[in-house]
Design a protein around this ligand. Structure first.
Ligand code: ATP
Ligand code: MG
Ligand code: MG
Ligand code: MG
Length: 343
């Protein structure tokens, strides 16, 4: 019998709409035989019925009253999850990518695609990720952690530490995605406003040294115990940085696969991605993002994304296509990995 697959989409984070786009993308690459059920978690945190979820994906806007919700009792939701052989959690950001949803799926006892609770939680948190990478000697840019209560009590030590970094610097909420809440700070006098803006997304922030003249390189890893790494791709664009608009405006960015960089850089990136994937206990899949500075030859790991964008044009699919794996086959592999042992 075909696998009964359930996709969970939407979510309460600012990446709600991005998740719907990824879900439409995922549906468009799947074989017709798969025919998954989709349930959408609304921005307000309500679980829509499969019928209403499909209508939302088709572009309908449901008014609060019109939406037929799954019974608010968690039992109904869990029963629906358990009617499926595997779940594909495709919510980006808070609640969906950070281990919360993965924990629900663990408790429901249903196999799911992608990273488990621990690795999802670690990778969603840029600071915890950095601390683990640092402890293991993985190259990354210099950074300054900021905690709201401490900063509000006395911003001076943070401002002084940030002044040591090469400008421009990047101010980020620790649990962001799609570049939401990130500011490129050109002058130290802009720092405070950038930090306060990032605090709107959570109580911790990271300030990172900017890499001048960088190439943005990305690589994908799949697997649980036996790991496979994709070719390396480069993203080029003419924006100040790879911000939200550049990510989601058609043709604003170009993907070059394979990336036109020396073989040695490709090997370093693939090996570093595999090391980081293991160190952070990832399973299923991740997209690992790097900065490469041709002038110095330096390679820095930026972050691991455990729920990367999954439209047909997304880097994750394109990287595996370059390795000869078509999107439909790739998704089948991911679903198989879900039913294997997870870390
Ligand atoms: P994603 O959508 O990939 O999850 P994100 O919201 O987690 O993104 P980052 O990848 O950390 O955010 O940063 C977004 C973009 O900002 C990068 O792709 C890059 O263009 C720019 N950027 C971030 N940090 C730096 C840095 N230290 N130096 C130079 N550019 C940077
Ligand atoms: Mg990210
Ligand atoms: Mg992300
Ligand atoms: Mg990124």
């Amino acid at each position: 019998a075909p696998t009964r697959l359930l996709i969970i989409a939407g979510g309460t984070s600012d990446e709600h709409e991005v998740s719907l786009t990824s879900t439409r993308g995922l549906l468009s690459v799947l074989d017709e035989t798969v025919n998954p059920t989709v349930i959408v978690l609304t921005r307000e945190g309500r679980w829509l019925s499969p019928q209403d979820s499909r209508r939302v994906l088709d572009g309908a806007t449901l008014t609060e009253g019109a939406a037929k919700q799954l019974d608010s009792s968690i039992t109904r939701l869990v029963a629906l999850l358990q009617q499926h052989d595997a779940v594909f959690p495709l919510i980006h950001g808070k609640g969906g990518e950070d281990g919360c949803l993965q924990g629900l799926l663990e408790l429901a006892g249903v196999p799911y695609v992608g990273c488990g609770v621990l690795s999802s939680a670690i990778c969603m948190d840029k600071l915890v990720t950095k601390e683990i990478l640092r402890a293991n000697g993985i190259p990354q840019v210099r950074f300054v952690p900021v905690v709201r209560l401490e900063y509000e009590a006395n911003p001076c030590p943070i401002t002084a530490a940030a002044a040591e970094l090469t400008l421009p610097c990047f101010v980020k909420p620790v649990a962001s995605g799609s570049s939401i809440g990130i500011t490129k700070v050109m002058h130290i006098r802009e720092l405070d406003a950038a930090i306060r803006q990032a605090f709107a997304f959570g109580s911790r922030v990271v300030i990172e040294e900017g890499v001048a003249g960088l190439c943005e390189l990305e690589v994908a890893v799949i697997g649980n115990e036996y790991l496979e790494v994709s070719p390396v791709g480069e993203i080029t664009h003419s924006a100040e940085f790879y911000d939200f608009a550049t990510k989601y405006t058609p043709d604003a960015a170009r993907l070059l696969i394979p990336a036109p960089v020396p073989d040695e850089v490709v090997r370093t990136i693939q090996q570093t991605a595999l090391r980081a994937y293991k160190l952070l206990h990832c399973s299923g899949l991740a997209r690992v993002d790097f900065f490469y500075q041709p002038a110095t030859g330096n390679v820095f790991l930026n972050e691991l994304n455990t729920v990367p964008g999954l439209t047909p044009g997304s880097m994750f699919f394109k990287l595996w296509e370059a390795a000869g794996i078509q999107p439909a086959t790739l998704v089948e592999r991911l679903v198989c990995l879900a039913t294997e042992h997870k870390l």
